[in-house]
Design a protein around this ligand. Structure first.
Ligand code: SF4
Length: 378
């Protein structure tokens, strides 16, 4: 299989009181198995919106107005933009999961880490967890065949395994005497949570599992958020500026952890950032976004040694360098997407712009092995 997901000509608009925000314009992107694909661009270029759309999340007043998103799931490709809510629920967490930029906002302050990671397990691995609980009950019944409580516990677990909303199982489970199945399920989930926290190299994972987010440091919270995203072994892990809120030492640790986990789980990583330094450290391929479109795709070496798109060239020139006193900023600013420039959206800032650039939007074209660029110069 040569791809895990494909975004084709995705067009997304936000209908606001101020006007229609043309947030994504014919975005095209392919995610290959096992790779780390970096998405880089200024704030407002559409990186996070693209990632959310990949998970079938379009926050109102957003609306997908064109294009397709196909993700490999359950042995075939599903069309995310047309999938029903049940399919999307299975997709999120188990197939595509996201590490958000700000761990304090990604975690709910009133639940413990165990509750929050446990919920991910219960949502996506319900059958595995209840199946394990049932197995334990059956082993205990083999030793104590006369136990009525164990018999009812087995009945409850069997009914839940057939139907999570089984009314009789729910009714019986509410009786105080018969709540032992809950304690059993909770113990299984807690063991899973502690184990995943241990894999995140968190010292004292038992304590962290019982903690509330405010009791943890920034780095520890981000590790818990990564654990939550990885809990169900997703095929594609999206990291949306995962180290923005961390200091440099913790950032280095988190990046190292992500590299280790990617290797261990053979995961595919979509790494979103505005920082070319992080792209150089993490990515194998890079997609550069500008004002809602992908303008260049190349392997990481190609982007740094021979950037083709004028925007990529300008971004790289703007990076501070040792021994160079003057920075070279990109003239102008990102356009207002309610009223973006016609033709190439970069043309007001591009030193090479010519007439065609002001009228016709350039499409991504192949200009070499694995190399795409959207510019009329090519
Ligand atoms: Fe510059 Fe024209 Fe290329 Fe846009 S299409 S980047 S304006 S040269």
């Amino acid at each position: 299989m040569d791809k895990l997901a494909e975004i084709e000509d995705l067009t997304l608009r936000y209908y606001t009181y101020e006007g229609v925000v043309k947030a994504l314009e014919k975005v095209r992107l392919v995610i290959k198995p096992g790779e780390t694909l970096g998405i880089v661009g200024e704030t407002g270029s559409g990186k996070s919106v693209t990632a959310l759309a990949l998970m079938g999340i379009v926050i109102p007043p957003g609306k997908i107005e064109g294009g397709n998103i196909r993700v490999f799931m359950d042995g075939g490709f599903i069309e995310v933009t047309r999938a029903d809510e049940n399919t999307l629920q299975r997709l999120r967490g188990r197939v595509v999961a996201m590490i958000f930029q700000e761990p304090s906002q990604a975690l709910n302050p009133v639940y413990t880490i165990e509750d929050q990671i446990g919920e991910a397990y219960l949502t996506h691995m319900f059958a595995d967890i209840y199946g394990q609980a049932l197995k334990e009950v059956e082993e205990e019944i083999a030793e104590k065949p006369s136990s009525i409580i164990l018999g009812i516990e087995r009945l409850i677990l069997r009914r839940f395994l057939k139907n999570r909303r089984d009314r009789l199982a729910n009714l019986l489970g509410k009786l105080p005497l018969l709540r032992s199945y809950r304690r059993r399920v909770r113990r299984i989930v807690r063991n899973m949570v502690v184990e995943i926290l241990r894999q995140m190299e968190i010292p004292d994972p038992e304590r962290v599992a019982s903690s509330y987010p405010h009791q943890l440091s920034g780095g520890m919270k981000q590790r818990a958020v990564i654990a939550m995203a990885l809990a169900c072994r997703p095929t594609i892990l999206i990291a949306d500026e995962p180290t923005t809120s961390l200091d440099v030492t913790i950032e280095a640790q988190i990046l190292e952890l992500m590299r280790t986990l990617k290797e261990r789980y053979n995961a595919t990583l979509l790494f979103i950032t505005h920082d070319f330094g992080l792209i150089a450290e993490m990515a194998e391929r890079v997609a550069v976004m500008y004002a809602g479109s992908v303008v260049e795709v190349a392997d990481v070496l190609g982007i740094f040694t021979k950037p083709l798109h004028p925007y990529t060239q300008a971004l790289l020139k703007a990076i501070p360098k040792i021994g160079v006193r003057e920075l070279t900023p990109i003239e102008g600013s990102i356009p207002n997407l309610i009223n973006p420039p016609a033709g190439c959206r970069f043309h007001p800032r591009c030193p090479y712009a010519f007439d065609k650039c002001r009228q016709v939007q350039p499409q991504l074209v192949h200009v070499g092995e694995g190399r795409l660029v959207a510019c009329h110069l090519y």
